[in-house]
Design a protein around this ligand. Sequence first.
Ligand code: ZN
Length: 243
Amino acid sequence: MRLIKGWSDWHVHPITYLYLLAAWWVGCFRTYFLLLFIVSFHELGHYLVAKYYCFEIKQVLLLPFGAFIQLDDFGFHRIEEELLVVLGGLCMHAFLFLVPNNEFQYLQQTVLFFNILPIYPLDGSKILLLLFSYVMDFQKAILLQIYISLFCLSVFIVWYYETSYFIIYIYLIYHISKYYLTYPLYIKKLILQRINILPFLKERVVLDTNFYRAYHNVYHNKNHLISEINYTSVLLNRHSKQK
Ligand SMILES: [Zn+2]
């Protein structure tokens, strides 16, 4: 479907215009417009930090139920930079809290609450994975992130079940499933692209074949220490066998 181009690499999905029209038709245009403004302002925080750290921004897409920034190289930068990109969106709410309007506050706090849920691909879940990456093997960290997402999504559906949220449940389930199927390929790609980032990372001596994304992994091999760059085949082999 053709996307209608907005400001710079920001795009509004055509269905969003239809939703705006429908909102005007049923008399809730103002609320819906405020909601779109809030999610866009939130996304602007991610966008500005991503620009600052030279992420490859594919686009920011304004969908009927939210705005989403698509970064081609998220997951390949330093963890600290990615944490700041995610926190950038959440920090924008500090400005939104200054707006003295009850309806606006209700909407922006709902958007903030939703985004900090630890459900992939929401901000809360991304922050969890980035923090797990400091203390555990990256594959285990991703699996833990997925289990937490599924558990919290189940709780969310049971507690907040509303037919109007149905499109959001489907959206989240679709993304978690896709993530589960594609994460092994992502880890392999990450292992192969580490050479550019290693000079910026602290070394960590690893006694097994675990892979800590936040560190330059150095492995014990026949009484020698070997950098992960020279251990790529072993790490790729491990991720081919396991899932
Ligand atoms: Zn966000």
